[in-house]
Design a protein around this ligand. Structure first.
Ligand code: SF4
Length: 243
């Protein structure tokens, strides 16, 4: 007999992890968390520091049941599981993976670039916190992501998060070759227009980045000076640099 009769469980979509960090205090600020990295992302950000996670199939994949079995051994030792990437929302299996993590008693966090905002309404009730990457002014996303028309999703995701009541933070990685100061100022106005008052600026770090030109341009990382930060704070009052 097949399993398609009344009451049969719907088949689960797989969730493919490209790696794990067993213990982190920085991926969800203030929480002790394991980080599960999703394999696969449709964008090609020059500054990506996990380029091995961009292909949708990876050499070091771990299937979700093995990750879940490991998480079960962490109960009582960690507060939370953060799904990062890659782009976790690219995988339909994220919904069940979040449910599983919660059933083990963990809080659930998500790092997303807002690439698939249409999936967020199903995911948000299963999330306790979201870190949303907003990469550039909406019309200038291609400069960062390498993908035409990629600029709208993050702002739709931002609106959904604001409506949801789920705690979240908005953060932007800064490499001045991709988001020069004038682009950051334009982005500040777009965020302010969207009602954002707190904004995390994350200086580019060369660690993990595969783009030699970007690494050479900022070998010690991006330095966001006080004058620029002051201009951004005139627009988004609680803009901060998180090194
Ligand atoms: S959206 Fe994130 S994971 Fe995808 S390419 Fe950009 S930085 Fe890398």
């Amino acid at each position: 007999m097949g399993g398609s009769g009344p009451g049969a469980a719907a088949p689960r979509a797989p969730f493919r992890a490209g790696g794990i960090v067993p213990f982190s205090t920085t991926d969800w600020p203030g929480r002790l968390a394991a980080v599960v990295f999703a394999q696969g992302c449709p964008w090609r950000c020059g500054y990506c520091h996990n380029p091995h996670l961009i292909p949708f199939r990876g050499d070091d994949e771990r299937d979700w049941p093995s990750v879940l079995a490991w998480l079960a051994t962490r109960k009582g030792l960690l507060e939370a599981v953060v799904f990062s990437g890659g782009e976790p929302t690219a995988q339909p299996g994220l919904v069940d993976a979040l449910r599983d993590a919660r059933e083990l008693g963990f809080l659930t966090g998500l790092h997303t670039a807002g690439i698939y905002p249409r999936g967020l309404p199903e995911l948000l009730p299963l999330l306790d916190w979201v870190g949303l990457d907003v990469k550039a002014p909406a019309a200038e996303y291609r400069q960062v992501t390498g993908v035409a028309g990629s600029g709208m999703g993050a702002f739709v995701a931002l609106a959904l998060l604001q409506q949801s009541g789920v705690p979240f933070e908005v953060r932007t990685t800064v490499h001045f070759d991709l988001t020069p100061p004038d682009a950051l100022e334009r982005l500040a106005h777009e965020l302010a227009d969207a009602g954002v008052r707190e904004w995390i600026l994350q200086p580019f770090r060369a660690q993990g980045c595969a783009d030699e030109a970007l690494n050479a341009a900022a070998p010690q990382g991006a330095r966001i000076g006080e004058a620029l930060l002051a201009r951004l704070r005139e627009v988004v009052p609680e803009a901060v640099v998180r090194a």
